[in-house]
Design a protein around this ligand. Structure first.
Ligand code: NDP
Length: 272
């Protein structure tokens, strides 16, 4: 049977095997997808061992997304833009490194939440790995503005500069949390502040009337960021949809067929 896996450390918490098993059943594809704990100093060896066993592809999660760039023989444009790889495809031409996180986020916003990005003002909080991966897919939808704000201001400014030409005149900018001006239609929390039950110190005025607030983190109850956004009138969305959508995108890279995500998203939500 065709074999895939997810590499991480730790990995026990991963929902990916469940998600891909559901996609395989839904699309009638015969495959096996397992979790693999890679040693912190042995990621590349673990990948090559899996290939030797007949593996056809793998997802990559914390802390190996940067190392996966080096393991790949070639990168897709979106993986190059992200500077990180979450999907490996083992082909006759070598190991292809891809990044489906950003496409997953955009599919969740546009497809599942029904919120267009085109012509909207978008605020991206954070400039780490997750934020970096979503900039290109967001810009492909032509927002009116994309402001990247981060605790370490220089990182936000550098990330904005990297994409300035692609976004068009004055569309992409970077700043600190205190320098954000005006309200936004879509506010994405790509910081890891929610892990420590902290809210990035932004003004409530960042939420324009009817704004969508999305926290990339997910948990049973709304994160502190989503609670803050709710108090200021925003519509809420957590990162579970992004997780399910990035997996659907990886599945379609490997199998050439894109699964429908709604039922799987609901199943995972019920199990939180
Ligand atoms: P990184 O460690 O690469 O980046 C962390 C970012 O958060 C940096 O911008 C950092 O700022 C900022 N930050 C950390 N602590 C705070 C704080 N207390 N206040 C304000 N800003 C803070 O992490 P990732 O980018 O990989 O992950 C970010 C989040 O996205 C995590 O919660 C992760 O779980 C989630 N995620 C969800 C996915 C999904 O499928 N739903 C996929 C990938 C990630 P600074 O530069 O100043 O350090």
């Amino acid at each position: 049977m065709d074999r895939y896996c997810v590499f991480g450390n730790p990995i026990a918490h991963s929902k990916s095997p469940e998600i891909h098993a559901a996609y395989a059943a839904q699309t009638g594809q015969e495959l096996r997808y397992e979790k693999r704990l890679a040693p912190l100093d042995g990621f590349a060896a673990a990948v090559h061992a899996f290939i030797a066993e007949g593996g056809l592809g793998a997802n990559v999660t914390v802390p190996f997304k940067l190392e996966a760039v080096k393991v790949a023989n070639a990168l897709t444009i979106r993986a190059q833009a992200a500077g990180a790889v979450n999907t490996l495809h083992f082909t006759e031409d070598g190991i292809i490194g891809d990044n489906t996180d950003g496409a997953g986020l955009v599919a969740d916003i546009v497809g599942n939440a029904g919120v267009a990005i085109t012509g909207k003002r978008v605020l991206l909080l954070g400039a780490g790995g997750a934020a970096r991966g979503v900039v290109l897919p967001i810009l492909e939808h032509r927002p009116a503005q994309l402001v990247i704000a981060n605790r370490t201001v220089a990182t936000a400014v550098a990330l904005a500069e990297q994409f300035a030409a692609l976004g068009g005149e004055g569309v992409v900018s970077g700043c600190g949390f205190a320098d954000i001006e005006g309200g936004f239609d879509i506010v994405i929390n790509a910081t890891s502040a929610s892990l420590g039950a902290e809210v990035p110190p932004v003004s409530p005025s960042v939420f324009a009337p009817g704004a969508l607030a999305l926290d990339m983190m997910y948990s049973k109850s709304p994160t502190v960021f989503l609670q803050f956004a709710a108090q200021h009138g925003a519509r809420l969305r957590d990162g579970l949809g992004m997780l399910v959508e990035q997996a659907a995108e990886a599945f379609s890279v490997w199998r050439g067929v894109r699964p429908v995500t709604g039922e799987v998203l609901q199943q995972l939500r019920d199990q939180l």
